[in-house]
Write a protein that binds this ligand. Structure first.
Ligand code: MF3
Ligand code: CO
Ligand code: CO
Length: 269
């Protein structure tokens, strides 16, 4: 049974059953945009042009971009290439063959936020290390999502992700985390992608949040460039990320940002 309307637990909002429909609608649009942008990722394309296409897709759907105007950010997406960990700013730089990139889109539909990101490869063929990184990062997200059910804790999610990633001798970024969302963009809790099982707030039906692990081939440390947004790996190693928006149900989890076309693998097309 979902708690009373407007209730919070540990500062985390408990949403109602009808709210799931709003999140599904917002999540579906964000996910569809990531499906549709795939064919525009090619060698010589610029991340600025990808962002313009994304902004047009958001507008054509009658939705709003959550990132334009957010803390002074001016784009409809973050596009993070190679050793950029997250919050890459779209630019006129051209993609090169084998570049790996994360595209992160957040839209607002009827007041609800849908936030999701995936990896793409310019030219379609990553090198073997990059391919492994992308696969491990996607698997890490899904393993984290498997830990989402009432009674488990946020520490269980972080622990599942961290042990999987480190088992593959890669590292989990500590400096950025997932977050609650719903009718707001970033709300409690911080969803860490590392941690100890059984620690942290207890998951309850009606909680909405993102899981968005960033995984590095080298060390976990990051730094933010002088533009105040772009986060890169300190050791310049490759970094990957996938993100879903999810909701806790009575028995487990619903993913709001699944791809209707099942377009997760960056080399499928
Ligand atoms: N979409 C990002 C997230 O997953 C946030 C981007 S904020 C921006 O939380 F301003 F950089 F766009
Ligand atoms: Co997010
Ligand atoms: Co995001």
């Amino acid at each position: 049974m979902i708690g009373k309307s407007g209730q919070t637990r540990d500062g985390i909002r408990i949403h109602q059953e009808v709210d799931f429909a709003g999140m599904h609608k917002a999540g579906a649009l964000a996910s569809k945009i990531l499906d549709d942008i795939a064919e525009h990722v090619f060698v010589g394309q610029t991340t600025g042009e990808l962002d313009r296409l994304i902004e047009a897709m958001v507008n054509d759907a009658g939705a709003k971009s959550a990132t334009i105007g957010y803390r002074g950010y001016q784009h409809a997406s973050c596009i993070s290439v190679n050793h950029v960990v997250c919050h890459g700013i779209p630019s006129d730089k051209k993609l090169k063959d084998g570049d790996i990139l994360n595209i992160d889109v957040t839209v607002i539909v009827d007041g609800w936020f849908g936030d999701t990101s995936r990896m793409y490869v310019a030219g379609g063929k990553p090198n073997r290390k990059a391919e492994r990184l992308i696969q491990v990062t996607h698997d890490a997200l899904m393993i984290g999502i498997e830990a989402v059910k009432p009674g488990n804790t946020f520490g269980d999610i972080g622990h599942a992700i961290q042990s999987f990633v480190e088992g593959h001798r890669m590292s989990v970024v500590r400096d950025f985390c997932g977050h609650g969302l719903g009718r707001v963009f970033h709300s409690p809790p911080n969803v860490l992608h590392y941690g100890r099982a059984g620690t942290g707030a207890v998951l309850e039906e009606g909680m909405f949040f993102t899981i968005e692990p960033m995984v590095n081939l080298g060390r976990a440390e990051t730094k933010v460039l002088a533009d105040d947004w772009t986060a890169v790996t300190r050791d310049k190693s490759l970094s990957a990320q996938f993100e879903h928006s999810v909701g806790v149900t009575a028995t487990g989890v619903e993913i709001f940002t699944l791809s209707a076309a099942n377009k997760y693998h960056p080399t499928w097309g």
